[in-house]
Every structure is written in structure tokens, then in C-alpha cells.
Design a protein around this ligand. Structure first.
Ligand code: ADP
Ligand code: MG
Length: 645
């Protein structure tokens, strides 16, 4: 535990299991560092070089503009697809909407009604309109699962051209309308009197702003919540994330960014149109191909993909040879790319670098990277349970709790009262309703009847994330670790209910004091469960037993009063079970009430203060472990199912 302020080797993604830890001084592959910024510097140099050398080139300059705004739009789509895990096939609709909003609202609302002549406001207008439209669409579809949501976005994409055709007097019909009020870009930055070059620099600035936003987002409370939703929405809800609103926010942000790209596109062509419904689908699909070929869920990926799609397709040779076959080439690239390399160029490069580093470590030519764990107290801070309620209010009390699935009663008229500060075991044979109990208590399932009181407060009507904020945390029988996030990030999301920071603060990087607090807290939880030295590795690299401990650390990060452990020992070796028992004791000693769901009786014997036994959803016995062990009905229930007691 006493790792305060010291360096410990980390990065198990680099070390193979069994590889001895490197001595602390090794810093060869130190995480972070300035190396990460090389791609950004290269992009800046490229943008400046291209802008100055191609300023007069009427073929390449427009391609350059297109690259910068399409890359930014793809980054926007990637917030939804790559980080939040939601597939939209209608995002080009926001591109079109942004163009129209800039073209119509800027002059007529700002100029005509409010009397403000501020053409540069078009960017804000486009963002706001896109985000608003995205919010409205998301409000209608974010409660839907998987492909239902995608179908709604597809429908949205087909609606846009139809609306434009219907309102042809205002919107210009299929042919679109011209943009007649636009910002004067002739002297923007390095444009030197060339309006098109000015638009180029606008697009450049927009891409860098988007990179800045996404960079901050992915290192913030909001971005981590998005990724948690992608990896397991169930676990995200249970960890205090209001998943519906976070999905809506992700939608809105991504729509807003794409809409700004649409306004820049409108400035480049000085007209706006949507084309046909088919065009909207094709263009929306284009973003996906860009993202997937480049590398989904990365920042460099969409940018690299956009280079290929814009400059690659812009090459004279490609234009000449594939003029007729553009769609063919494009579709084939999509299929081949996704089928052979779903992680994309950047994802695969990353993998290759990691493999190379791992080999170097194995050969003894390099050391695993090291990480500095901040100064931390070794003990867990006392949870809120001490300050809440009077001491004899039960931590959890259920009365008449019933849950039916169709004709099956998974829980029947259960009365259970869990005393504050104790370890209360709930045991029963397989299928007796234990996990259902946890799901009803945490609000994943709504009870058919009965009352649930936590710390004296009735929680029946609270949603899952609110119950987490109230002090209920859980682990899962079937592990729900967010596999493609780091171990540390997993625990940081665990603290979601106990942290704050708006989306605006998150994307602008202004929440760093709070971020540091959350990170330090997460390190503390990892130390508590004994995983600190692996904190920076990806959660998927953890062995099974460690994933169980990670779930406990994540649950503890929400400062729970009541911790529900759903069969935490399932699948563990005897030594690992021994460690688990010690860990649960330490959790109890920190003042947290533990409800331990178990299948076997032996584990709970030395550990629990009270044991409740259920069979077919009915409570058949309750008392001290000794009393329960000798209860006739309990023995029968277990004998009847061939389980050993
Ligand atoms: P345990 O955790 O004690 O093994 P469960 O709570 O998982 O048992 O299941 C109790 C009973 O409820 C089982 O018969 C199971 O098939 C049923 N059940 C659990 N969840 C659902 C569900 N979502 N829909 C229908 N039946 C369910
Ligand atoms: Mg179960």
C-alpha cells in the first residue's frame, strides 16, 4: 500500500504476464510526453505549407479546404460513433442543415430582425442550429437500442432533402439556394486578398479547434462517460451516468461540429443544397468509411482517413482512371477496409508499435514504462453512510418485494432488512433470484410490487444513476468492465456521481483541477484493491480475478453507503477467494455496508454477520451463519439442487 509518491512500473499491456516488473528508474516508454504532439505539429506545418504554396492553385486549394472541413466533420461523427458507440447514418443531414442555417439565419435573423451585421456569427449560428437539431433527433431516438437508433438517423437523413423540396420557395428545392451574405475572408490570416485562401484558413482553424475539443473531451469526465456507454451501458448507468442525457449530449456535440463543417462547405461553393436522399446517405456513409479506414475511436484516425478520401480521390490519376467508377472504388474500399482491418490504419499502427515494444521488453532491450502514483493516504476515506440517517435505520430495507417475469416469479414477497455497517449475505441456489434482487435494488428492473428503502429513503421511483448518487454501488456477476478503457479510467468513471464539470468545461479543458482530484481518488481506490501498479494498462489485459477487483474499486469510487457484490467469488481460485474475503473485510471496516450475493455457503460463513437464504424467490431462512447452516429447509433446498452446502 505504501507506494505514495514513488514510481511503480505500469503498462501491463507492454509486459507479458509473468515478466518481472522493471525497476522504477526505467522510463523508456514513459506515457504521455511531447512525442504525442508530433502529429499535430506535422499537421500545422502541412497546413501552412499547403496554404502558401497552393494559394493560387484552383484544383488543389479547394481540395485542401475540403480536407480540413471533412476531417473535422469526421472527428465530429467519431464522437458519436467511436467514443459513444452509436451509429448514425444521417449525419450529412446536419452538414446540410448547418449550411442552410448559416445562409438564412445569419443575414435574416441576426441582420434583418436583430439588426446585427455580423457575418462571422454564421459559425455560431450553424453550430447552435446543428446542435439543436441533433438534440431534437436524439431526444426521440436515444432511448432506442442498437439498430433502431440507426434507422431513425437514416430516416432523418432522408427527410432533409424532402423538406428542402417541399419548402422550395425558401430553401431553393433540389437545386439549392445561393449564399448571398457571407463573411469577408479576403484578408483572413494569411489569405493576402485571396478569398478562397481565406476560407482555407477558416477550415484549418476549424479542424484544429475540433481536435482541441475532442482531445479535451476524451480526457474528461464527459468523454469517459461516453466511452463507458460504448463499452457497457448497463455498467455506466450503475456507475451514476445518466446515459440517456449523455447520449443526447454526444449527439448534439457531434451534430454541431458537422453543421459548422456544412457552413464552411457552403462558403466554399457559395451555395447550399442537399441533393437527393440517396446523396445524403452516401455522404453520411462517407464519414463512416473515413473513420473506419483511418481508425475508429482515435483522433488521428478520422484525419488520416480524410486525407485519403479527399487528396487521394483528388489526384489527377485517380480522377482520370476512376471518374466513372468513383462509387465502385469507394464501396470496395469500405468493404475491404472494414473486413480486413476494422481497427483502421491508426489502430493497426498503434498495435504494431505496442507489439514491437512488447518484443523489445521481452528481449530485455527495453523496460516497461513507469508511472508516478500521486501521494495518497492508504486508507479509504470514510463513506457518507456515517453521516446519513440515525444508526439504527437499516441501510437497506425491502418489504413485500416481488418481481415477475411473465408467469415466473423471480422474487416473491421478500422482506429483508440489512443493518448498517454489516456484511449481509444473500444466498440461494442457481436461479433462485439473487441477481434479480440486485437488479431490482439498483433500478435496472422495476419491481412488480414492494417497497425499497435505502437509508430511510424510498427509492422505488429513482432511476439507476440516481440510486448510485444516493450511495448504492454494485458489481456484476457477469463482469461488466469497460474493456477498452484503461484500468484507471474505469475507476474514474466510477466516481462519476461524486464529480462535477459541465460539457463546456470538459471540452475546453478547464476542468483540470477537478480531473486531477478524480484521478487521485481513482489511484487511491486502485491502491486499496491492490491494482495501482497496473493502472495505465487497458482493462481487457487484466486477468479475470483482477477484473473482479477492478469492479470493486470502480464501485468504491462512488463513495457508496451500500455495496452490492453479485457473486464476487465466482470463477476464482481458493487463494484469490482468500484475498477477496480480506478485501471485503477491509471494505466493511471502512464503514460500508456490504450485501454479499453468494451461491456457495462456505464463503459467507466466516465473513457475514447475517445470512438470508432464498429459493425460488422466496425467503426460506435468515439468521447468523451458524443458524442458517443447520436449517432444515436450507439443507433441503441445496440438496435438492445437487449443490454442496
Ligand atoms: P440467480 O442470480 O439467483 O442465479 P437470477 O436472479 O439470475 O438467479 O434468476 C432468477 C430467475 O429469474 C431465473 O429463473 C431466471 O431465468 C429468471 N430471470 C432473470 N432475469 C430475467 C429476465 N430479464 N427475463 C426473464 N426471466 C428472467
Ligand atoms: Mg445470479
Amino acid at each position: 500500500m505504501a507506494q505514495s509518491g514513488s514510481e511503480v512500473a505500469a503498462g501491463h499491456d507492454l509486459a507479458t504476464p509473468g515478466t518481472p516488473m522493471a525497476p522504477p528508474a526505467a522510463r523508456r516508454f514513459a506515457p504521455g510526453g511531447l512525442v504525442r504532439f508530433i502529429p499535430v505539429v506535422v499537421l500545422i506545418v502541412f497546413a501552412l505549407w499547403f496554404g502558401s504554396s497552393q494559394a493560387q492553385n484552383r484544383a488543389w486549394l479547394p481540395l485542401g479546404i475540403e480536407f480540413f472541413y471533412i476531417a473535422a466533420a469526421a472527428l465530429g461523427v467519431n464522437i458519436l460513433l467511436g467514443y459513444t458507440g452509436l451509429l448514425s447514418l444521417g449525419h450529412f443531414g446536419f452538414f446540410v442543415a448547418g449550411g442552410y442555417a448559416g445562409a438564412i439565419f445569419t443575414p435574416y435573423i441576426l441582420g434583418g430582425i436583430l439588426g446585427v451585421n455580423a457575418p462571422w456569427f454564421g459559425f455560431i449560428v450553424a453550430f447552435a442550429f446543428g446542435a439543436l437539431l441533433g438534440t431534437l433527433l436524439a431526444l426521440m431516438c436515444c432511448h432506442l437500442r442498437g439498430f433502431y437508433l440507426t434507422v431513425v438517423t437514416l430516416a432523418f437523413g432522408t427527410l432533409i432533402p424532402a423538406i428542402i423540396t417541399v419548402a422550395s420557395a425558401q430553401l431553393g428545392g433540389a437545386g439549392g439556394r445561393s449564399v448571398d451574405k457571407f463573411p469577408d475572408t479576403t484578408n483572413f490570416l494569411l489569405a493576402r486578398g485571396n478569398a478562397l485562401a481565406g476560407i482555407y484558413y477558416v477550415a484549418v482553424i476549424f479542424l484544429f479547434a475540433t481536435i482541441f475539443i475532442v482531445w479535451n473531451l476524451t480526457r474528461s469526465r464527459w468523454g469517459r462517460a461516453f466511452m463507458a456507454i460504448r463499452e457497457s451501458e448497463l455498467a455506466a448507468r450503475s456507475s451514476g451516468v445518466n446515459t440517456y442525457w449523455y447520449k443526447v449530449a454526444s449527439f448534439a456535440l457531434s451534430a454541431g461540429i458537422v453543421a459548422v463543417a456544412g457552413w464552411i462547405g457552403a462558403l466554399r461553393y457559395l451555395s447550399v443544397s442537399a441533393g437527393s436522399a440517396g446523396n445524403v446517405s452516401t455522404q453520411s456513409f462517407r464519414y463512416l468509411v473515413i473513420i473506419v479506414l483511418g481508425g475508429i475511436g482515435t483522433i488521428a484516425g478520422p484525419v488520416v482517413g480524410a486525407i485519403g478520401i479527399t487528396f487521394g480521390f483528388g489526384l489527377r490519376w485517380v480522377q482520370e482512371h476512376f471518374r466513372e467508377y468513383n462509387g465502385l472504388l469507394f464501396g470496395a474500399l469500405g468493404i475491404i477496409g472494414v473486413a480486413t482491418a476494422p481497427e483502421g490504419l491508426v489502430g493497426n499502427m498503434r498495435k504494431a508499435v505496442r507489439d514491437f515494444q512488447r518484443k523489445q521488453v521481452q528481449k530485455g532491450r527495453a523496460r516497461v514504462r513507469s508511472v508516478v502514483v500521486p501521494d495518497l493516504p492508504a486508507e479509504l476515506t470514510l463513506p457518507r453512510s456515517r453521516s446519513l440517517g440515525s444508526d439504527d435505520t437499516p441501510m437497506l430495507e425491502v418489504t413485500g418485494l416481488t418481481k415477475r417475469f411473465g408467469g415466473l416469479s423471480a422474487l416473491s414477497e421478500l422482506d429483508i432488512s440489512v443493518k448498517r455497517g454489516t456484511v449481509h449475505a444473500l444466498i440461494g441456489p442457481n436461479g433462485s433470484g439473487k441477481s434479480t434482487f440486485v437488479n431490482v435494488i439498483t433500478g435496472i428492473y422495476e419491481p412488480t410490487a414492494g417497497r425499497i428503502t435505502v437509508n430511510g429513503e424510498i427509492v422505488n421511483d429513482l432511476s439507476t444513476h440516481k440510486r448510485n448518487a444516493l450511495g448504492i454501488a454494485r458489481t456484476f456477476q457477469n463482469l461488466q468492465v469497460w474493456r477498452r478503457m484503461s484500468i484507471l479510467e474505469n475507476v474514474m468513471v466510477g466516481a462519476h456521481s461524486r464529480s462535477k464539470g459541465s460539457l463546456l468545461r470538459s471540452i475546453s479543458g478547464l476542468n483540470w483541477v477537478e480531473e486531477r482530484r478524480i484521478r487521485n481518488k481513482a489511484w487511491g481506490m486502485l491502491q486499496f484493491v491492490g491494482l495501482a501498479e497496473k493502472g495505465l494498462a487497458e482493462a481487457s489485459t487484466l486477468p479475470f480475478a483482477d477484473q473482479r477487483r477492478l469492479e470493486i474499486a470502480r464501485a468504491l469510487a462512488s463513495d457508496p453507503s451500500l455495496l452490492l457484490l453479485d457473486e464476487p467469488a465466482a470463477g476464482l481460485h481458493p487463494t484469490e477467494i482468500h484475498e477477496l474475503v480480506a478485501l471485503i473485510r477491509r471494505v466493511r471496516d471502512a464503514g460500508i455496508t456490504v450485501l454479499l450475493i453468494e451461491h456457495h455457503m462456505d464463503l459467507v460463513m466466516g465473513l457475514s454477520d447475517t445470512v438470508s437464504v432464498i429459493d425460488y424467490g422466496i425467503k426460506i431462512a435468515e439468521g447468523s451463519p451458524e443458524e442458517v447452516r443447520h436449517d432444515r429447509r436450507v439443507i433441503e433446498a441445496y440438496l435438492g439442487t445437487d449443490e454442496h452446502v
